[in-house]
Design a protein around this ligand. Structure first.
Ligand code: SF4
Length: 193
């Protein structure tokens, strides 16, 4: 807090504080302590977090858990990768803690009932909606039997059948389509929303 004191003594209080660490538990404890000691806005980040996968995991835990506690005003995700991925990662962390805008996706883990390429479809849906600025939840589910019910909170979604899929909106079936047209049909319905 020494640096902050120097600024305050100069009558300067337009301050945002960052106290990053690459060690997640240390980072979380440091920000918690800081939030108890001052009212300045805090800029959260796990520094030198690592490559895409581990960097995202560390940032999600560090930044995400603090945001869930109501700590933090701005965030930065640091990845050893394309900076564009840092932006999407930051947006996804905000979405995951319920603070971000944009399309949220729920998708099932697949099981013995799955009869379509759900993993491939979910990845395509994720890529197709990532720049859409609509506050909706989209479900990508493997089967109709449990899928529509399990995705109860979704605004719109798709549930796989055998080589086909059913579109649903607010828990009600819309129509059935071939698997290869599933993505296009879903995106066309999302566009109308
Ligand atoms: S939604 Fe259907 S396919 Fe997906 S995990 Fe549940 S039961 Fe299995």
């Amino acid at each position: 807090m020494g640096h902050v004191k120097i600024l305050e003594e100069c009558d300067f209080d337009d301050i945002v504080i960052s106290i990053k660490s690459s060690d997640v538990p240390t980072m979380i404890s440091a920000y918690r302590l800081l939030s108890e000691k001052c009212n300045y806005p805090l800029h959260l980040g796990v520094t030198e977090a690592g490559t895409e996968r581990m960097g995202l995991i560390k940032s999600s835990i560090g930044i995400g858990s603090l945001l869930c506690e109501g700590i933090g005003e701005t965030i930065r995700v640091s990845l050893t990768d394309d900076p564009v991925k840092e932006i999407y990662a930051a947006k996804d962390i905000l979405k995951a803690v319920g603070k971000g805008s944009g399309v949220k996706i729920v998708s099932c883990p697949t099981c013995g009932r799955t009869r379509i390429d759900l993993v491939g479809l979910a990845k395509k849906v994720e890529a197709a909606v990532r720049d859409i600025d609509k506050d909706i939840t989209v479900a990508v589910m493997g089967c109709v039997v449990n899928g529509i019910g399990e995705a109860g909170e979704a605004d719109i979604g798709i549930a796989g059948g055998d080589g086909c899929a059913v579109l649903f909106k607010n828990g009600q079936k819309l129509y059935k389509i071939d698997e290869e047209n599933a993505l296009a049909a879903l995106m066309s319905e999302i566009e109308k929303m």
